[in-house]
Design a binder for this molecule. Sequence first.
Ligand code: SF4
Length: 330
Amino acid sequence: MPDRVLSIAGYEIDLGPALYLISSSRIAMVGLQVPEGLKRAAPLIARTVSDLTGSRVIISGDPCFGACDLDLDLLTSVDLLLHVGHSELCAAYTDKVVYIEARMSQPVADAVQRSIPLLTSPRVGLCTTVQHAQFVPDALMILAEAGIQAEAALPGARGKYRGQVLGCNYQAARDLDVDEYLFIGSGLFHPLGMAISTGKRVVCADPTTGQACEVRPEALIRRRFGAIANAMDSRRIAVLVSKKPGQQRQELADFMMEIGTAAGREMIMVRIDNIEPDRLINLGIDAAVSTACPRVALDDSARYPIPILTPPEFEILLGRKEDYEFDEIV
Ligand code: SF4
């Protein structure tokens, strides 16, 4: 019999509760959505669900970037959608969507130990992503043994666990009255977002390498002011509104249209699912303001031949703001 807890590429994926729900509710048709980093595991997950419940499984072939990114089209064709890799978001769909988290099994102790000499204050906020959320108590204990009174905040608006941050929301960091932060996780996007959002020092402990380092947001901010300068003379500007349920910010898009028009720019609104360079170029625009995931502008801008700004960056361009602000979805 296939195992209900799958170990895939360093992640543990517990299918047990979803399998129980599918069997006990006699669900016939199941949709399966898996993020890009785990996509190769989709056939194994689908087969496990099918073998253990007798349900038919349809895998979403479209890209999936986060908990915000439900395949709403597939959702109309199935009785239940399994969304793997992220914690719950998109409350409007919870009766038909089951989020199955992917937890990294790699312990965080080595990386946290290495971060201790880099921390300069005994008042430290601890943050992480859902993949390492189970290790927050261990990390707090290691820091306490080193004399550091670290805290992890209650989950923020888009999180589910203590200390959990998302690329688009750092409330769990901002809610703490601390001097600096320790972020546990891989990649620089989250710790850079935390540093900009809080204006405080962030040390990053990466469990996959066992290393720790301080992150410096200055270079990213300089690049973003460069993008704002490049967009300064743009005549026709598109405001992008995402079709993804957890990225849709229509009111904010309306506001961007309003302030851009008032400033004499030719503004167009574009509703779009996956934002790709070709789709924008064919619109004949000089720049775009993305109200979708902040990573589109901040992480992917090198892919685009035109400047892509976040909403706060557009406000800087129009002279409505001076200081740089990280674009967060609340
Ligand atoms: S909006 Fe972006 S950062 Fe936020 S959950 Fe979605 S993919 Fe992740």
